[in-house]
Design a protein around this ligand. Structure first.
Ligand code: 2P0
Length: 348
């Protein structure tokens, strides 16, 4: 019986406050602008992945996600496998006693602890967990920056899930992507009272995938060029300063404005891409009302490539922010469209 080598890890979902939208190289997932996200607590939304390899396995690599066999022949998964095997080969070349794991078939088993039907993006946590699980299996130096470059090739946003807390993704300028990687802006412990509530407006699969949507935006939107070259670089700096200074009002304002800017470029795409719906717009109005009542900004909305809202707030404003949304969801009156569900998220 051949030995089975095994390693497990988890990776969290991240929600961008400065959005990644647009690639300058679709093959390497090199973006047209830098981005910044907040990593969700592992207790809330995360992927758990076990990677194993053995001479006794069938010759083909395999990936099981939530109990379903996935196609691993795609260029993105293959790029991750190839890069990790190359790094393992270096380990084996340096240490002749290291078992030759790089030539063994891989078996990857992943589980999300949130319902796939929730319509929440899982590719970021998925590829981050896959890359780290194999890196652990291969006993590679677990430098998250190095691993982020590999995970980026699986899914762009995955590079940000290799770090906890507040994470940037430097767009880089090299053609080979060597400087397009994630970096830590601040650990979660820096601003421990940050909270989020996720409003699942629709569990339906999005009709325009991020990968194809952003390509159409780059090709057709005239708003897009100024977003990538002027708006985002300025906001990256404002956002990093806001996080360093724990300045919630600036953090929130920049978050909301960047979400609006991203969705404006979607609308400016031809044919237009609509991710927000009436319920999303009602959530925006509700946040504005909460902030007006408070007399200052205590809540921020942001939307990814779908209608679900993520609302950021500080723990001390739990009642005034999350409480209002929960009451609303419990009592459908005044809430148009499909009934939402609240998923609470802490940041750690
Ligand atoms: C983000 N999104 O920064 C932005 C905001 C969606 C809207 O990253 O093609 O799934 O796999 O690199 O990472 C979604 O894009 O795209 C995304 P690929 P990905 O979180």
């Amino acid at each position: 019986m051949s030995e089975i080598y095994r390693a497990s890890t988890t990776a969290p979902v991240n929600i961008a406050v400065i959005k990644y939208w647009g690639k300058r190289d679709p093959k390497l997932n090199l973006p047209t602008n830098s981005s910044l996200s907040v990593t969700l607590s592992q207790n809330d939304l995360r992927t758990h992945t076990t990677a194993s390899c053995s001479a006794s396995y069938p010759a083909e690599d395999s990936l099981l996600l939530n109990g379903k066999l996935q196609d691993v022949s795609g260029a993105r998964t293959q790029a991750c496998f190839r890069e990790l095997r190359a790094l393992r080969k270096e380990v084996e070349a340096k240490d002749s006693s290291a078992p030759k794991l790089s030539v063994l078939p891989l078996k990857i088993v992943s589980e999300n602890n949130f319902p796939t039907a929730a319509g929440l993006a899982s590719s970021a946590a998925g590829f981050a967990a896959l890359v780290r699980a194999i890196a652990n299996l291969y006993e590679l130096p677990a430098d998250p920056t190095e691993l982020s470059r590999i995970a980026r090739q699986g899914s762009g946003s995955a590079c940000r899930s290799l770090f906890g807390g507040y994470v940037g993704w430097e767009q880089g300028s090299e053609a080979d992507g060597s400087d397009s990687k994630a970096f830590e802006v601040a650990p979660a412990s820096h601003w421990p009272n940050m909270r989020a509530v996720i409003l699942v407006v629709s569990a339906a699969k999005k009709d325009v995938s991020s990968t194809s949507g952003m390509q159409t935006t780059v090709a057709t939107s005239s708003l897009f060029a100024s977003r990538a070259s002027e708006t985002v670089p300025r906001r990256m700096k404002e956002m990093q300063d806001a996080i360093k200074n724990k300045d919630f009002e600036t953090f929130a304002k920049v978050t909301m404005m960047d979400s609006n800017s991203f969705h404006a470029t979607c609308l400016d795409t031809y044919p237009p891409i609509f991710y927000l719906n009436d319920v999303s717009r009602a959530a925006i109005k509700m946040v504005e009302q909460i902030n007006n009542t408070a007399g200052k900004i205590i809540a921020a909305y942001t939307f990814d490539a779908g209608p679900n809202a993520v609302i950021y707030y500080l723990e001390e404003n739990e009642k005034a922010v999350a409480g209002v949304f929960k009451t609303l969801l419990a009592n459908k009156d005044g809430w148009s469209g499909e009934r939402g569900a609240a998923v609470e998220g802490n940041y750690e």
